[in-house]
Design a protein around this ligand. Structure first.
Ligand SMILES: Cc1ncc(COP(=O)(O)O)c(C=O)c1O
Length: 360
């Protein structure tokens, strides 16, 4: 017997969500964003199910190489590019495509041997003020790259800061800057993340870059994943490991933050912040026990949470518990904990085994 906490990864749901991307952006190629170990879902497991994608986008060279060694022939983009010059021959030999976002990277490219062949993505900063060149410099940088014999092809991307706020004027402003910087340059272009794939079709261009929607979470605070026809890929599961009768007036857990207003049964579940369940989840956060909805009570500990068993008489030690998944949207747990699903999914720790399920 091992500790029962587990992240089930539903590969059919992942495929369904990729098909949703294709429906929403039928004219675009898809670069599936699989950074941070596929948003915590396990890179290689997810890439198996994403065979229909046109490219993968991630950060780590080691991960990118593992995709090539795993036989993936799609384009693979390194979203932060290279960090040191000695990575470039490796990047070229595995036909990986680094993002070039800063002039120090251009200076390094200038020095590399002509016989190396590289396809690169130029990143321009259209208003997020994070990575990328100023839009006004784009044409001059493109010209500089075109003189380098090692550069085979240049594509261009930018990232949106507020596409999830559908009413924000920021996206239209970024789009306008992106278009005017890149039109008639002959480069293939990419701008849209999940939120823009859904809400801003004018941002689709030749390549879209879905992340969070692939994993079945909504990029919007006011529309559920279900309403967007996205299916949860990860289901964080565990079991009850102890049941207790607690008297009225007693309190539960660290700090005694939750008081029993009546005699009641409570359950201790093997999952805590050491597994990636958010410590800030308050009492009242939904938890599914033996198929019934109940709530977290008391503080989240490193390895355990406590839940209310009133009204769930059949639950006992060994009963199944879902922390998030099909019954409880990860977005709900995130919102109640003052964070976003991205953080919860990426934060599931290494001690939680990822187990693929394909029977939907
Ligand atoms: C460069 C880039 N493109 C695309 C994405 C995917 O964004 P999302 O998960 O919101 O779809 C990310 C994620 O942060 C990113 O950094």
């Amino acid at each position: 017997m091992s500790r029962p906490v587990l992240a089930n990864i539903d590969l059919k749901a992942l495929q369904h969500n990729l098909a949703r991307v294709r429906q929403l952006a039928p004219a675009s190629n898809v670069m599936s964003i699989v950074k941070a170990d596929a948003y915590g879902h396990n890179l290689l497991t997810c890439c198996q199910a994403l065979g229909d994608t046109d490219a993968f986008g991630l950060l780590d060279l080691v991960d990118a190489i593992s995709l090539r060694k795993g036989g993936y022939s799609q384009r693979v983009c390194l979203l932060e590019g290279f960090f040191t010059a000695d990575e470039i021959p490796v990047i070229a030999s595995y036909q990986l495509e680094p993002v070039i976002h800063s002039s120090w990277q251009l200076d390094i490219l200038q020095q590399i041997k002509d016989e190396l062949q590289l396809t690169v993505w130029l990143k321009i900063d259209t208003g997020m003020n994070r990575l990328g060149f100023a839009p006004a410099d784009f044409r001059q940088i493109q010209a500089r790259l075109s003189e380098m014999k090692c550069i085979q092809q240049v594509s261009v991307m930018s990232h949106l800061a507020s596409a999830d706020e559908r009413e924000s004027p920021a996206t239209a402003e970024q789009l306008q800057r992106f278009e005017s910087a890149t039109e008639n340059t002959g480069c293939t272009r990419s701008l849209a993340n999940s939120a823009a794939i859904i809400a801003h079709p004018d941002c689709h261009f030749e390549w879209v870059r879905p992340g969070i929607m692939l994993y079945g979470s909504s990029p919007f605070a006011d529309i559920t994943a279900n309403e967007l026809d996205l299916r949860p890929v990860m289901s964080l599961q565990s079991e009850i490991i102890s049941v207790k009768h607690v008297k009225q007036g007693e309190s539960i857990g660290y700090g005694g933050t939750w008081k029993c207003h009546e005699d009641m049964r409570i359950a201790v579940v093997a999952c805590g912040y050491g597994d990636g369940y958010p410590r800030h989840a308050p009492s009242g956060t939904p938890v599914m026990v033996a198929g019934k909805l109940t709530t977290l009570i008391g503080r989240v500990s490193m390895d355990m949470i406590t839940v209310d068993l009133r009204g769930i008489e059949n639950a006992d030690s060994g009963s199944p518990v879902e922390l998030w998944g099909r019954g409880i949207a990860v977005d709900t747990v995130a919102e109640m904990s003052g964070t976003i699903a991205y953080e919860l999914l990426c934060g599931v720790t290494a001690r939680v085994k990822r187990q693929e399920v394909t029977n939907g």
